[in-house]
Design a protein around this ligand. Structure first.
Ligand code: Z5A
Length: 205
């Protein structure tokens, strides 16, 4: 595949969506064809699954059902959007990917990590060239979400202890994949984070 896959990870409020937009714009200005996609979502089927996963409900999915719904949405986006775009030579920027499942369902929910890794092979089978993990503590995450003033979705309603486990999961994943993962201090300014990420992206393209 001639394209390049990048991904952004982090707990809610870390600044992923902000940085995806800035990187995309900067690469387009330099003549790259860029496609930005979010997980869960990014396809008609995936967006329906997103609703099942994130909407607050009196009948929430069990942890295993949640894992399988994320995997189903991922299988769809990989087959119908990510692989075709990479084959066409695009730069694909993902707002979350497989590392989120490792961190949220593995560390957050406590599901067996070997099962999560097997499912990764089935649903995805591809790895980003670079993953920027925007590292933020729960306190700042809460502060940013409060400032935004939106009602929390089902996963955002989990408490700080859950968020701290997720963060530990991301840091463990980063330790085990140092060539792909770059840990970025997400408490820095938007501009300084964006500058560093753009430099790294350009060096990889
Ligand atoms: N999930 C999962 O469990 N398993 C999986 O496999 C996958 C996902 C793929 C998806 O939610 C949920 O699904 C997510 C994980 C779970 N749940 N949680 N919690 P989402 O797609 O809606 O993602 P999110 O993480 O909740 O998005 P977010 O809250 O919008 O966060 P963000 O994209 O990282 O942040 P942002 O929107 O760019 O910025 C948040 C605010 O902070 C905003 O007002 C910005 O202006 C501000 N901001 C951004 N950067 C900065 C800096 N550097 N300084 C100060 N303020 C900043």
């Amino acid at each position: 595949m001639s394209g390049v896959l990048f991904s952004f990870e982090g707990i809610d409020g870390a600044g992923k969506t902000t940085q995806v937009a800035l990187l995309s714009q900067a690469l387009e200005e330099r003549g790259h064809r860029v496609v930005c996609l979010r997980e869960p979502g990014g396809t008609p089927l995936g967006e329906k699954i997103r609703g099942l996963l994130l909407d607050r409900t009196e009948d929430p999915p069990s942890p295993v059902a949640e894992l399988l719904l994320f995997a189903a949405a991922r299988a769809q986006i990989v087959a119908t959007r990510i692989r075709p775009e990479l084959e066409a030579g695009s730069v694909v920027i993902l707002d979350r990917f497989t590392d989120a499942t490792f961190a949220y369902q593995g560390y957050g929910r406590g599901l067996p990590l070997d099962q999560i890794l097997s499912l990764e092979g089935i649903a995805s089978g591809i790895e980003p060239r670079r993953t920027w993990y925007l590292d933020l503590d729960s306190e700042e995450s809460n502060r940013r979400r409060t400032l935004r003033g939106e009602a929390p979705d089902r996963l955002e309603s989990e408490g700080d202890t859950f968020r701290d486990r997720v963060r530990a999961g991301y840091l463990e994943r980063a330790r085990s994949r140092p060539a792909r993962f770059h840990v970025v201090d997400a408490s820095q300014s938007v501009a300084s984070i964006a500058t560093r990420i753009l430099q790294e992206a350009l060096s990889l393209l």
